[in-house]
Design a protein around this ligand. Structure first.
Ligand SMILES: Cc1cc2nc3c(=O)[nH]c(=O)nc-3n(C[C@H](O)[C@H](O)[C@H](O)COP(=O)(O)O)c2cc1C
Length: 202
């Protein structure tokens, strides 16, 4: 198993980090890590988006300056492609992905690097990959499918677009409850993580 961890757990005492620590303790592998809390990903300013479109859609050779501008995005792609399992750990912010996590997706979902168009159809290239997404949220959304939780459908869509065949999402929801209830919910989430990792190891 070649594991890549993408984490955005900057808050002191992060509950999401506890879920991630639990998952990593179950796996006897040394992952490569992208820590989006420690170093935030570049966004598509004019230089970067022009370079991306010229190269990935137009097949252009980039100038050294343009290539350097999107090199950090390409480095995320290289780390993702080199793995076959990905754990993404993030809190829910405003019902969805925090901006640095969305920026990471924007960096790695690159035409002809992680997906392409073949015979008029989208084709994800990372078909050997599986993802486990760990998130925590103050609110509880499980009983209202399709309502306020934008994070779950987003990560399923984005990893799925790149070809991932399995995308499991384990949520520790309801972090605004009393401390005992929160601990019970996190323990239940850890149990669900164990189930996914058992499948990964099988
Ligand atoms: C900027 C911000 C936005 C948040 N937005 C939401 C939200 O939309 N829905 C929700 O249920 N919780 C929201 N929360 C609460 C966090 O998702 C929750 O406290 C989570 O457990 C934090 O994860 P952490 O402990 O890893 O930092 C938000 C927290 C912050 C700081």
């Amino acid at each position: 198993m070649k594991l890549h961890v993408v984490r955005y757990t900057p808050r002191t005492g992060s509950r999401t980090a506890r879920l991630l620590d639990h998952a990593l303790a179950q796996l006897e592998v040394t992952p490569t890590v992208t820590d989006l809390g420690a170093s935030q990903p570049p966004l598509f300013d004019t230089t970067r988006v022009d370079a991306y479109v010229a190269r990935n859609y137009g097949g252009a050779e980039l100038s050294a300056q343009a290539a350097a501008a999107i090199k950090p995005m390409d480095a995320y792609v290289d780390k993702l492609r080199a793995a076959d399992r990905v754990i993404l750990a993030t809190p829910m912010h405003n019902f969805g992905l925090p901006a640095p996590v969305k920026a990471w997706f924007d960096a790695v979902i690159q035409k002809d690097r992680t997906w392409t168009v073949r015979d008029g159809q989208y084709e994800g290239w990372l078909t050997g990959h599986k993802a486990l997404v760990l998130y925590t949220s103050a609110g509880q959304y499980e009983e209202e499918p399709g309502s306020y939780d934008l994070l779950t459908p987003t990560v399923r869509q984005l990893f799925g677009f790149m070809g991932f065949q399995e995308v499991d999402v384990v949520a520790g929801q309801g972090a605004a409850a009393d401390p005992d209830t929160v601990e019970q919910r996190l323990a239940a989430a850890c149990g669900r993580i164990d189930g996914v990792l058992a499948r990964w190891r099988a």
